[in-house]
Design a protein around this ligand. Sequence first.
Ligand code: TXA
Ligand code: MG
Length: 323
Amino acid sequence: MNVLKLKTMIQLPTSLIIQTACELWGKGEVVAIPTETVYGLAADAEQDIAVAKIFAIKGRPKFNPLILHISSLDQLEQYAETTPLFIKAAEAFWPGPLTFVLPRRKGTKLSYLVTAGLETVAVRLPAHPLAQQLIQTYGKPLAAPSANKSNSMSPTSALDVAASLGGRIPLIIDGGPTLVGLESTIIDLTTNIPTILRPGGVTFEALNAIIGPVQYRADDALIKAPGMLKRHYAPTLPLRLNALEKRDAEAMLGFGPVTGDLNLSEQGHLSEAAANLFRYLRQLDTSPYQGIAVAPIPMQGLGVAINDRLTRAACIEEERSGV
Ligand code: TXA
Ligand code: MG
């Protein structure tokens, strides 16, 4: 497989381009598409070779499973086992930035590469109308991780995808900047108490209110979602968190009244901060800066997911087996 010599097209979503994407998927190719969280690198979830390309292009370890993206609940039946608790949660939060881990259906055509050999499968129905239209037009679910090289920050625009994976994929569909800006929350419904494996666009409080009690994964538990690996989502410059002002040679990422070279949200709105997080980190991750200082973000609501990403990005410990 030659992933290095492709000419990458960035295209707006005309009906011709949607058709082209479906043809590429049918032929086992990958296409980057927008979702409301971050851009995804999508392939036909039933074709082993297509899914293998995702891992090769990202440089992602094969033990790290992918999320299956669907456009309707009906599509799910062939791939996963559902429960009344799942239906209740899906009615409340789908379409949206929430991924469920469910038992993988026996005898499903789903490629084992998608689930990395696990007997569970992660599924999401994205809220982005274009993502839904693409999956619906293709007629089958798409496996898609975030469309970035392994271990780096997730892309929130078509240009971010091109900067990370340009030359390795044939097509990026440009749906504008993503609204949520952080990856989906992942909740495991195969445990006795529903367990949040990754905080994200849907908060603990919101989940607890509908399907509570829910719990966070214990920190020392087996790594079930390798997105939970310590070093992840990382810019190249070192981060210094909970900073009130910058030091020499640092860029400063502000929040609320703590000002900086850029401010995640002057009004202190966490949803705005989440939407800006990766974009602003990318903008500051350049010379002449030698580090990035980040203002404190409150640990509530979406702030939990923002702090999760920041903590992992700040971790200096090398984790080469990451996502
Ligand atoms: O918002 C999102 O979730 C984006 C968009 C594109 O949908 N996708 C995304 O995918 O963030 P990715 O591959 O970067 O992160 C998926 C996470 C990984 O940490 C993976 O380990 C976890 O989902 N995961 C997938 N299948 C799993 C399973 N069966 N059990 C536990 N974790 C799983
Ligand atoms: Mg990712």
